[in-house]
Structure formats: structure tokens, C-alpha cells
Design a protein around this ligand. Structure first.
Ligand code: ZN
Length: 684
């Protein structure tokens, strides 16, 4: 499209059953905010739209588990999510929620329009039903084997392993998530969106029309779905939490959460326009509006196939120009997981790293999962802060501000004649707005953030090479020129860093006491910070993050891992029943380890001398990987003494020490917990 008149930028509506974590931020919210801030800085008309997704099955399950109402759950998380976005500097024009009346009204109207136009298939079909729970099983109420990839934990509407979206009846071996029962089939009426009918349009619009400008990961996924053949998808559910179906026979049914959620972008825009006294319609219906959806890769099918088919069927809406979906971010080598608490939660980060929003924004951008899944590690977080933000960006600004105050009482000096180095540096600065913009406009935010850091590098190197702190001793005039050039670079950084490091940019503009430059001014204006202008005092923009701070975060994750391991430990099924006589055949005694030494050339074996109360005997035990010989001398143990002796590596072992395992797989002695139990006493 030629230059758009306005932009409508949406971000995936976060699901209100938990707070936001770094995976959401890296995949959706940080890139969208960079894009929007850049658009505003370059003078565009933008509506940045978000909101909470508050319907759907997981919320009803969570409410049931916690013994509260679904409304309680969504009220709680909507407030947490909304506040954390504000605190993190995500600059929505409007952040709404799908339980808002304006959304119910908008989604209801949308359905009615399609219904009246005959865009749905109305059909009674057999759906999975749990008689015990008296409930139809759609979406997350049912788990089974994914027909595409074989994942045994696939949900009724989508497989989280391969991303395939399917109907609940497609699952192999379905089981009710409510009772564990095998569901039966029961007749029920639903409304289906015939996606097959829209196949030709989708092929032409995406596969032909967006071959070049959509990201290969997005294009590839869409192509694979279309190539597999599209089928009608039910857009209603037998549930009591959601937007009631506004059609005859719709009693007791609600709109499918994935039908109503994307309409949330429209209702949030309406809410914003009403508040601002604007007309919402051009933002959704004018062909000169550029609509962009920022989402994660698990939402591609809904934003590239289902929602566009809905918009097309409705007839009066524009379609997205781009859907720059990101891949997934992992954490310390493992998949992020809400249920396993394997995440860095935004509210916790804000508490643990006060005033350091930009560090996380920078690290998530510099390492964004744009073309493939990527890994967040705390070591990388520390390194990027200390080696880039502190050592390059912060160091440059600090030197410029401190020296200007020291030499000129904070006044920007008058430059003399520029040297070739000065002219080269000033010319290089002028190129950055276009270089960074070109990356941002192609949704390459990693690249853009690195170009910004290159500008800071340029400033740092210019100052290090020019050495004003040495020149001042011999040439006061030359020093003025050097400092003037350095101040121009600092001013360019204050403007161009805003999309990426908004808190830093604001602080820096405060220090320079100058906010008059727009994005394009950095290339176009001869002077960014005029001679004679007075700047403020130095303030640190970034501070070094110490090892102990990083270790505390790693310890937190380690604790989560331990809890998960303990929770996931598979308990062996009970063995066959034995008689009391069988049990009495076992002679188990209390004993003490008197001596211990490693069995030569055996990794696992220790040779023990054990006082069993009956005698002192040799027992060979496979515990060398969990214990050092010298550490277990004197240990009280439990010994099976009448086990038939057997030779292990030529040493006769006369019994067995009873052991179990800790959560992290280490062996643990099963021993009497009081010291005054004498050796030789029987355990019965
Ligand atoms: Zn699958």
C-alpha cells in the first residue's frame, strides 16, 4: 500500500488466567510498542489497541478449582495485567476487556450480521459429551491424541505441540478434562463458519498477495493449513461463560472464545474513539488504514485464516496488511510454562528490578525470537546490561555530560572548524534514522535495536579517539569542537532510543534539557543541540548488575524446578499382594556403618563393613555416586540381613542397605530417626 493515512495496531489479547511473562513480552508486546512509538515519533495517526481476553474454558476451569466465579478470576488478572503494562511502558491508546458491555454488543452484532447474510452453516451434529459432568466437551474440557502429530495431550480446539487447530471430535482417544471419563456423543446444534468457502480468497490474498512481505514463518504456516484443505469451524459452544448466541435456538450457548476475542480489537477501538471524541470506523473500514496484528505463533491460524474470513464475510472491514508473528522464547533452555511456574513474570521483574524496565525491553528485543525460537538466560541479561547498556550507551552519555559540566558549566560550547573525523561522525549520525526505520518497518526489531547500539558505539568511539580530557590541556578551542560534536550524538541518541528504551530516553532528554527533536530532525537538522544551550547534571542511565542479583533469579528458577520434579515424580504402581508370612520371611535390622571404601574400578560401588547387631559383615552397596565413603562412616542404616549372599566383583556381599531417592534423584538412607535404637533390633 502507498503511505497509509492512519494505523490500527493490535496486540494479541492476553488470556486472563495469569500474569504476563517474558515470553508474551518478547513475542508480542515489546515489538508492538516499539513499532507504535516509532510511528508516533514520525508523525503518524495511530490507534494502539489492546485488551484482556476473558471468556473461554480455561477461566471456567480455574474458577471451579479455586471455588470462585469466572468473573472473580478475570477481574483479578485483568487488573494485574493492565497495571503491569502501564508500569512497563506499553503505551496503549486503549486497553479494554471482553467482558465489557461494548464488547458483548459489538460481538453480538457481528454474529448477527453474518447470521442474517447466511454466512453460517446451522447444523445439529454429535459432539463429545460428559454425562457425569452434564457438560459438552469442547476446547480445553477435552484432551486426547492430536490427529496430526500424535501429541497425547492435545486440547479439543488446538494442539500446543504442533499448533494445529482442529475440532474436538477429531481427537483420537478423547478424555474429559473434568472427570477423566471417556466421552459419549450427543446431538447438539451449532453454527459453523465454512472456512472452505473462503479458501479461494485466502489463497489469493495471502499466498499470492503477501508472498513477499509476510514473514516466512507466518506465510509457511498459513500455506500448510490451506494446502491441507480448510473445513467448517464451529463458532458457538455449549457453555454458560461467554457471549450468548443471538440466534433462534441459541439458548444456553455462547460464542466460541476465538470468535469473540479478535472482535475485541474492534470494540476496544470503539471504546477509545468514544472517549476521545473520534470516529472509530475509518480505523477499521477505510482502505487507507494499515491494520497490523502483533501475535505469537500459536495464534497464526486465528489471525490469518479465521478472523480474516469473518471480516471478509461481514464485508465492510479492511484486512490486516501484516501479521508479524514471532516464534517462542524459551527460558534457560526450557519451554516457558505457566503451570510449571517456569517463567519470569512481569510483576515480579518490576518488583525485583525497580526502574530497570529498559534493561528487559532491550534484552528481549536484542534476542527476540523473530525467525526461530530463542533462549532467554539470566547470564545473557546481565552481559547485555553490563557490556552494552552500561559500558557503551551509559558510559558515552556520562562522559559527555560530566565533561560539559566540568569544562563549560553545562553550556553547549561553540564549535570551531570541524576536522574530517568530526564531519564523518556527524554525517554518520544523520544516516541512523533511516537505517533504524527501515529495520522497524520490516518488523526486524532485533536488527533495529542493534543499529541503535551502533550509534552509541559510534559516540563512544568518537570520544575515546578524540580524547578531549587530554586535548583540553593543550588546545581549548579544539576541545570545544569535540564536545560540541559529542553533544550532537548524545542528542540523537535521546530521540532515536525512545522506541526501544523509553524510560532512558526520557531521562536523557531531561539531562540534556532538550526535547525539541523529532525522528526525522536527526537527519534533517544541522544542529540538534544548539551552542549556548544549558544541559543538566549527570545521572546514571544504567547500573551494573552484579552476580549475586543474577544468582538470586537462578535460585528462584531452581526452586521451581525442584517443586516440579517432586510433583511429576511417577509413583510406581503397587506390587502384587503378599501374605503376612511372606513379610515375616524378611529379616530387617538396624545397623551402623563402621567402615566404607570405594570398590576399585567400579563407579557405583562402595564396600561397607556394617555392625548388624548380630555380627560385623561386608555389604557391597551401589551408592558411590550419591555418597563419599568418608562421609557415611558412623551412619545408622536399615539392613536386610537374610538376603542370600552374592559376589560382586569378587567381594561377597551379605545383605542389603535399604535406600530411597530424593526429588532430585539422589539416594537417601532409610534409617531410624532416633539415636537410642540399638543395632540388631528387628524392623517389623
Ligand atoms: Zn499436534
Amino acid at each position: 500500500m502507498s503511505k497509509p493515512k492512519r494505523y490500527t495496531i493490535t496486540t494479541a489479547l492476553p488470556y486472563t488466567n495469569g500474569p504476563i511473562h517474558i515470553g508474551h513480552l518478547a513475542g508480542v508486546y515489546v515489538p508492538a510498542d516499539i513499532y507504535v512509538r516509532y510511528l508516533r515519533l514520525t508523525g503518524n495517526d495511530v490507534a494502539f489497541i489492546g485488551g484482556s481476553d476473558e471468556h473461554g474454558v480455561p477461566i471456567t476451569i480455574k474458577a471451579k478449582n479455586e471455588g470462585v466465579s469466572p468473573q472473580d478470576i478475570v477481574d483479578k488478572y485483568h487488573a494485574i495485567i493492565k497495571q503491569s503494562f502501564v508500569d512497563f511502558g506499553i503505551t496503549y491508546d486503549n486497553y479494554s476487556r471482553t467482558t465489557a458491555p461494548i464488547h458483548h454488543e459489538t460481538a453480538s452484532e457481528f454474529f448477527t450480521t453474518l447470521y442474517k447474510k447466511g454466512e453460517f452453516i446451522e447444523e445439529s451434529t454429535e459432539q463429545l459429551y460428559d454425562a457425569e459432568a452434564n457438560q459438552f466437551l469442547a476446547d480445553r474440557f477435552v484432551v486426547g491424541t492430536c490427529p496430526k502429530c500424535g501429541n497425547e495431550e492435545s486440547y479439543g480446539d488446538q494442539c500446543e505441540n504442533c499448533g494445529t487447530s482442529h475440532n474436538a471430535t477429531d481427537l483420537i482417544n478423547p478424555k474429559s478434562a473434568l472427570t477423566g471419563n471417556v466421552p459419549t456423543l450427543k446431538q447438539t446444534k451449532h453454527w459453523f463458519l465454512p472456512l472452505d468457502k473462503h479458501e479461494a480468497f485466502l489463497k489469493e490474498w495471502i499466498l499470492e498477495g503477501h508472498k513477499k512481505d509476510w514473514k516466512p514463518n507466518v506465510y509457511g504456516q498459513v500455506k500448510s493449513w490451506i494446502d491441507d484443505g480448510l473445513r467448517p469451524r464451529a463458532v458457538t459452544r455449549d457453555l454458560d461463560w461467554g457471549i450468548p448466541v443471538p440466534a433462534e435456538g441459541g439458548e444456553g450457548k455462547v460464542l466460541y472464545v476465538w470468535f469473540d476475542a479478535p472482535i475485541g480489537y474492534i470494540s476496544s477501538t470503539k471504546e477509545w474513539a468514544a472517549r476521545e471524541g473520534k470516529d472509530w470506523e475509518p480505523y477499521w473500514k477505510d482502505k487507507d488504514t494499515k491494520l497490523v496484528h502483533f501475535i505469537g505463533k500459536d495464534n497464526i491460524v486465528f489471525h490469518c485464516i479465521i478472523f480474516p474470513s469473518m471480516l471478509k464475510a461481514e464485508g465492510s472491514y479492511i484486512l490486516p496488511e501484516n501479521v508479524p508473528a514471532n516464534e517462542f522464547l524459551n527460558l534457560e533452555g526450557n519451554k516457558l510454562s505457566t503451570s510449571k511456574n517456569w517463567a519470569v513474570w512481569l510483576p515480579e521483574y518490576l518488583k525485583d528490578f525497580p526502574g530497570q524496565q529498559d534493561v528487559l525491553r532491550y534484552v528481549l528485543t536484542a534476542n527476540a525470537p523473530e525467525t526461530k525460537d530463542n533462549d532467554f538466560t539470566w547470564k545473557d541479561f546481565q552481559a547485555r546490561n553490563n557490556n552494552e547498556l552500561v559500558a557503551i550507551f551509559g558510559n558515552f552519555i556520562n562522559r559527555v555530560v560530566v565533561l560539559t559540566n566540568k569544562y563549560y558549566e553545562g553550556l553547549v560550547p561553540n564549535p570551531g572548524a570541524f576536522s574530517q573525523e568530526d564531519l564523518d561522525a556527524l554525517a554518520a549520525v544523520k544516516a541512523y534514522p533511516d537505517v533504524i526505520a527501515s529495520s522497524i518497518e520490516r518488523y526486524r526489531f532485533r536488527e533495529a535495536s542493534q543499529e541503535l547500539m551502533n550509534l552509541a558505539r559510534l559516540g563512544n568511539k568518537y570520544l575515546a579517539d578524540a580524547e578531549p580530557w587530554k586535548v583540553i590541556k593543550v588546545d581549548a578551542e579544539r576541545t570545544k569542537t569535540i564536545m560540541y560534536v559529542a553533544l550532537q550524538i548524545a542528542s540523537a541518541l535521546a530521540t532515536l532510543s525512545e522506541p526501544f528504551l523509553p524510560f532512558t530516553s526520557e531521562k536523557l532528554k531531561g539531562i540534556l534539557a532538550y526535547t525539541k527533536n523529532s525522528w526525522n530532525d536527526v537527519s534533517e537538522k544541522e544542529v540538534l543541540l544548539p551552542a549556548g544551550h544549558e544541559i543538566g547534571k549527570a545521572e546514571l542511565l544504567f547500573s551494573k548488575i552484579e552476580d549475586v542479583t543474577i544468582q538470586a533469579q537462578l535460585d528462584k528458577l531452581e526452586a521451581s524446578k525442584k517443586v516440579n520434579e517432586a510433583a511429576n515424580k511417577v509413583v510406581e504402581p503397587q506390587k502384587d499382594t503378599i501374605t503376612f508370612e511372606d513379610f515375616t520371611k524378611l529379616d530387617i535390622r538396624v545397623g551402623t556403618i563402621l567402615e566404607a571404601e570405594k570398590m576399585p574400578k567400579a563407579k557405583k560401588l562402595l564396600v561397607l563393613k556394617v555392625d548388624t547387631g548380630i555380627d560385623v559383615r561386608t555389604i557391597v552397596s551401589g551408592i558411590a555416586e550419591s555418597f563419599k565413603a568418608e562421609d557415611i562412616i558412623g551412619k545408622r542404616v536399615t539392613v536386610l540381613v537374610n538376603l542370600a549372599p552374592r559376589a560382586l566383583r569378587g567381594v561377597e556381599s551379605e545383605g542389603m542397605i535399604l535406600m530411597t531417592e530424593s526429588a532430585d534423584g539422589k539416594l537417601v538412607f532409610v534409617n531410624p530417626d532416633t539415636a537410642d535404637v540399638a543395632n540388631g533390633l528387628q524392623i517389623s
